[in-house]
Design a protein around this ligand. Structure first.
Ligand SMILES: Cc1cc2nc3c(=O)[nH]c(=O)nc-3n(C[C@H](O)[C@H](O)[C@H](O)COP(=O)(O)OP(=O)(O)OC[C@H]3O[C@@H](n4cnc5c(N)ncnc54)[C@H](O)[C@@H]3O)c2cc1C
Length: 621
């Protein structure tokens, strides 16, 4: 299509190398197309041919020219002033005849030039300010423009597909328009057909579930027959029977780290028995943080699914010791209490995985796409050719979430200009049993004891240091929004040397010594993301959800990431139980869940940058 090929540069918000972006056709777009008449479809294709200027580019060019003109005028006047000053310096002493007048004249001209220069300087400053404001405004406007352009192009591609689909039914040389209402069907209208009894739906879903499982009835088979072969234009002819979830409905959880397994165990406890977890890596690795503070609510949730606190909390201190550092010395310590306990990603993850029934967790299953299948149900597409259909798809696939890219593609990750360098040491200072937080200006160094696999006590530390994107690339071999976790083998010698040098400069000698002696290092770039406005997306008759870091990764200082994921999982299962047991409409239950969870996420997203600023962390990037 003409219009589709006209952008040679990536649009803002598009991440390079995203293998998943083109795969899914959003269900609401497919519905919009099916409901549209032919003229509308043709006008959408036409719209994509019209070249729309990037906003504010002309204004920006004009403002830049004003700066250039004002600057060159100022520079000329400065030269004139310098000439006058030289003349004054060379002029005869004032007492020589005729000289007094000439000097007075030169002085007056110098004063006038100085005044002019001051006002020209002011004009240049003002014009530069305008350029900078316009640049910011244009950045924001270009993002909106790019999103609109993407939408126009997506709609045009979908319209072409829909026109092709209608071609067989040509009516007087024109494709036949659909019968029935033309409005886009809002998510609520996809809800359960009130005439269908709960029992009937349950039966219907069980039958579909057997089909989806290939009739084998055991754990998550990836291959699902009868799904649409392509992402575009193959949407179901009719809307499915409406959204409903019962104990036998297939539920897919994407991501087997913390949020995913917690959700699984809560669902199983609530009686949902057809739930599967799909994890991309052969075995989940501790990417997302060593020591994790869990608040009492999260610990309570884990307790209810049979993970008691003593199993995951070997060091039960609630104390946080803040250590001020000045010139590598400690002027004093302040103690506060954390309303929770510290565990580690490994302890929590292992405890959760041990409780998963065999076969529930499919490892090496990387989800790359999502689209409604032939009967309207969401089908996950995996790397390779496998697919799996589900009535509910919960994306708990972390900070670089494929689910987020598919469902909410306009919220890319932004690098915050600093890195959490992490290390794990095989020994531990005997006095370290609380959470210690060293705070020299412009950085933070935290440490906590960890239980070693051999029963010994080690130390886990995190050292936050500013780094430009170029520095990050030089240290870790990729962009911070691409390499969102740096695994031990990806930490370069230069990065180690840099962290050692910063420890020697900023920390007390004992703390710096811990860093120097640490051979196992990792790193996590600190990232921000725009606040989410929704967590629930209709995909045909199914619903797809974003949870945990997949919804919004928050800065580590907030200690909210894992807590938010657990909280959202628990609230989701309550909402689903209300739908199943009390007949609450699924979309009502899910939107109530969303409304409950979003404020906490938004607050965590706001708080992260505040905490970073208070610590003096973060470069302008
Ligand atoms: C330094 C640091 C300190 C932290 N401290 C705390 C703290 O004190 N308290 C707290 O609550 N939180 C803390 N966090 C945050 C916490 O670690 C994360 O929020 C939490 O791990 C998120 O869990 P998750 O399961 O949602 O996502 P993740 O742990 O990121 O897991 C996502 C999983 O999905 C898998 N996956 C990804 N893509 C796909 C795909 N396409 N298909 C299938 N599977 C996929 C991944 O392999 C991974 O296993 C900290 C984080 C850091 C970096």
């Amino acid at each position: 299509m003409d219009g589709a090929g006209r952008h040679t540069e990536p649009l803002p918000g598009e991440e390079a190398g995203s293998a998943t972006a083109p795969v899914a056709l959003q269900a609401d777009l497919a519905e919009e197309m099916r409901a549209a008449d032919t003229d509308e479809l043709l006008s959408w294709v036409e719209q994509a041919r019209v070249e729309v200027e990037r906003p504010l580019q002309l204004e920006l060019a004009v403002a830049r020219t004003t700066v250039e003109r004002a600057s060159s005028h100022r520079d000329e006047e400065r030269l004139v002033l310098q000439g006058l000053q030289r003349q004054l310096a060379k002029a005869e002493p004032w007492w020589r005849p005729g000289s007094r007048r000439r000097r007075a004249d030169l002085q007056a001209r110098i004063a006038a030039r100085q005044q002019l220069l001051a006002s020209l300087g002011e004009r240049v400053r003002h014009a530069e300010e305008q350029v900078s404001q316009l640049r910011q405004a244009s950045q924001a406007a270009v993002e909106v423009w790019a999103a609109q352009q993407r939408r126009v192009l997506d709609r045009a591609v979908a319209a072409v597909q829909e026109l092709q689909r209608r071609e067989p039914g040509l009516l007087d040389g024109r494709p036949a328009d659909p019968v029935g209402p033309r409005e886009r069907v809002p998510p609520a209208a996809l809800a359960v057909d009130e005439a269908t009894s709960h029992r009937d739906r349950s039966h219907d879903r069980s039958a579909r579930s057997d089909r989806a499982q290939g009739g084998e009835g055991d754990h998550g088979q990836l291959a699902t027959p009868q799904v649409a072969p392509g992402p575009l234009g193959r949407a179901p002819q009719q809307q499915g029977p409406g959204a409903a979830v019962n104990v036998d409905s297939p539920i897919a959880i994407v991501g087997g780290s913390i949020t995913g397994p917690v959700l699984y165990l809560l669902l199983r406890q609530a009686g949902f028995r057809n739930v599967h977890i799909y994890e991309a890596t052969p075995r989940a690795v501790p990417q997302a943080g060593g020591v994790i503070g869990l608040d009492h609510t999260s610990l309570g949730v884990l307790d209810t699914i049979g993970v008691p606190q003593p199993e995951i909390v070997p060091f039960p201190s609630q104390r946080v010791v803040s250590i001020k550092v000045a010139d590598r010395h400690e002027p004093g310590r302040v103690q506060t209490l954390y309303p929770g306990r510290n565990t580690t990603w490994t302890l929590a993850h292992d405890a959760l995985l041990e409780r998963l029934p065999a076969g529930v967790l499919q490892t090496g299953a990387r989800v790359v796409g999502l689209a409604p299948d032939a009967d309207g149900r969401a089908a996950l597409q995996f790397q390779g050719a496998d697919r799996a259909a589900a009535d509910l798809v919960a994306f708990a696939d972390g900070r670089k979430s494929t689910g987020r890219k598919l469902l909410d593609p306009d919220r890319p990750l932004h690098y915050a200009g600093y890195v959490a360098h992490r290390g794990q040491l095989d020994d531990c200072p005997p006095e370290l049993r609380d959470f210690w937080r060293y705070e020299p200006g412009g950085t933070q160094f935290t440490l906590f004891p960890i239980r070693q696999p051999n029963g010994g006590i080690g130390t886990d530390w995190t050292f936050y240091l500013d780094a430009s994107p170029e520095q990050f690339r030089a240290h870790f071999g990729a962009d911070p929004t691409t390499r969102t976790f740096v695994l031990p083998h990806q930490v370069s010698d230069d990065a180690r040397a840099y962290v050692d040098a910063m420890a020697a400069t900023l920390l007390t000698p004992n703390a710096a010594d811990l860093v120097h002696r640490t051979s196992r290092r990792m790193a996590v770039p600190v990232l921000d993301i725009a606040p989410p406005t929704r967590m629930v997306y209709p995909i045909g008759s199914s619903r797809a959800l974003l949870l945990g870091d997949a919804l919004a990764p928050v800065r580590p200082h907030t200690a909210r990431g894992a807590n938010n994921g657990i909280d959202q999982a628990a609230a989701l299962v309550s909402a689903l139980a209300q739908h199943r047991d009390d007949g609450v409409d699924l979309d009502v239950a899910l939107s109530t869940w969303q409304e409950r969870c979003l404020p906490m996420v938004i607050e965590s997203l706001d708080r992260g940058p505040e905490l970073g600023r208070a610590l003096g962390l973060g470069l302008e990037v």
